[in-house]
Design a binder for this molecule. Structure first.
Ligand code: Q9C
Ligand code: ZN
Length: 350
């Protein structure tokens, strides 16, 4: 297994996120990825690599994100500091949003004010943006692109080991600690490499709203997600069972929501349904946005998987027999995220 890891990841290190009316320490921290690297030195289940410097990254980014959003991200830090030089010491967080209801606020008149633009391109105040966020997110997408190319080149499995995560990022918005949708970059790269059917199976605790939205009207990418019920769990406004795709994409999205508190038995049964749906689609490759926040010890999530369960998860994915790209998503029990991630990778190769 080729594991492309993001050596720029620590340039994104948010200080605080807004949570229920106050700023709390960020959960999505650089140590998460370091723990995975540490566990990979103990259990070398793959080859650690870095993406080549000359990949067609900008073209790959434009395949899944709008050009104006990418421009916004590329310039956001400079614009933030231009607003007030003291901002150089502070992370950027949005505090005003154009509510999307019809006739509520206009979105056809892009504001020039940076605070307004930040709100326009973000859907929560939990995703701090700082000087190195763009560099880190960009290199993460390069890892996803490299992983997809490796699979197109005949590797059975590859992983983008990167942070910040990606699956909440939509065509033109950030949120949920995500800026660039790495799983979507991987899936689109597989399509552009000639595959006619690609499946995405999102295993993060939180619904993969960004990935769902990016592929919602398409029949060549089947998206499925197992996640906490959005009626009580983040991201709240997407992830319900009746979202099945639209237009040509009708029937090519599957949401399997489970109540907060669900344990491995029910999660495993749900995984079997998801795997059947993936097999029925007969994909030529699989992308797995892998969140480890389904773990019982996760501080912000509500499922109860235990560390050995992740070996079985990996095994079940491996038994599909598909060329597979994994992207590293959530998982905030920092001390265990390395063990749990490498358990999946070890199970995949059993
Ligand atoms: N500050 C991923 O797992 N937290 N994102 C809600 C608001 C947002 C999780 C509290 C959770 C995002 C990739
Ligand atoms: Zn998550």
């Amino acid at each position: 297994m080729n594991i492309y890891w993001n050596d720029q990841h620590a340039r994104h290190a948010g200080r605080q996120e807004m949570f229920r009316g106050r700023l709390v320490d960020c959960h999505e921290v650089p140590q998460r990825l370091q723990h995975v690297l540490d566990e990979l030195t103990r259990r070398p289940v793959g080859t650690l690599l870095q993406p080549a410097a000359d990949l067609p990254l900008d073209a790959a980014l434009r395949r899944v994100h709008n050009a104006d959003y990418l421009d916004f991200l590329a310039n956001a830090w400079n614009d933030w500091v231009a607003l007030d030089p003291l901002n150089a010491e502070r992370d950027a967080l949005p505090s005003v949003w154009p509510l999307a209801s019809r006739h509520a606020f206009r979105t056809d008149t892009p504001p020039r004010n940076f605070a307004a633009r930040l709100g326009q391109y973000a859907f929560d105040s939990g995703t701090p943006l700082m000087a190195g966020s763009w560099a880190a997110a960009r290199e993460g997408a390069a890892c996803a692109l490299a992983a997809a190319q490796a699979v197109l080149g005949g590797e059975r499995m590859a992983m983008a080991l990167t942070r910040p995560p990606g699956h909440h990022a939509g065509p033109n918005y950030m949120g949920g600690y995500c800026f660039i949708n790495n799983a979507a970059v991987a899936a689109q790269t597989l399509c552009d490499g000639g595959l006619q059917r690609v499946a995405v199976l999102d295993l993060d605790y939180h619904h993969g709203n960004g990935t769902q939205t990016i592929f919602y009207e398409r029949s060549d990418v089947f998206t499925a997600s197992i996640h906490g019920d959005p009626r009580t769990e983040y991201p709240f406004f997407l992830g319900h069972a009746d979202e099945r795709g639209h237009g040509a994409g009708e029937g090519f999205n599957l949401n399997l929501a489970l109540p907060r508190g669900s344990g491995f038995e029910v999660w495993w049964a749900t995984l079997q349904s998801a795997l059947h749906a993936v097999s029925d689609f007969a994909p030529q490759a699989l992308v797995v946005p892998l969140g480890l926040d389904t773990f019982e010890g996760d501080p912000i999530s509500g499922f109860k998987l235990q560390s050995p369960d992740y070996l079985r998860v990996g095994q079940a994915l491996g038994q599909l027999g598909l060329p597979t790209v994994l992207t590293f998503e959530g998982g905030y029990a920092v001390a265990e995220v390395g063990i749990n991630t490498v358990n999946v990778l070890e199970g995949l190769q059993m």
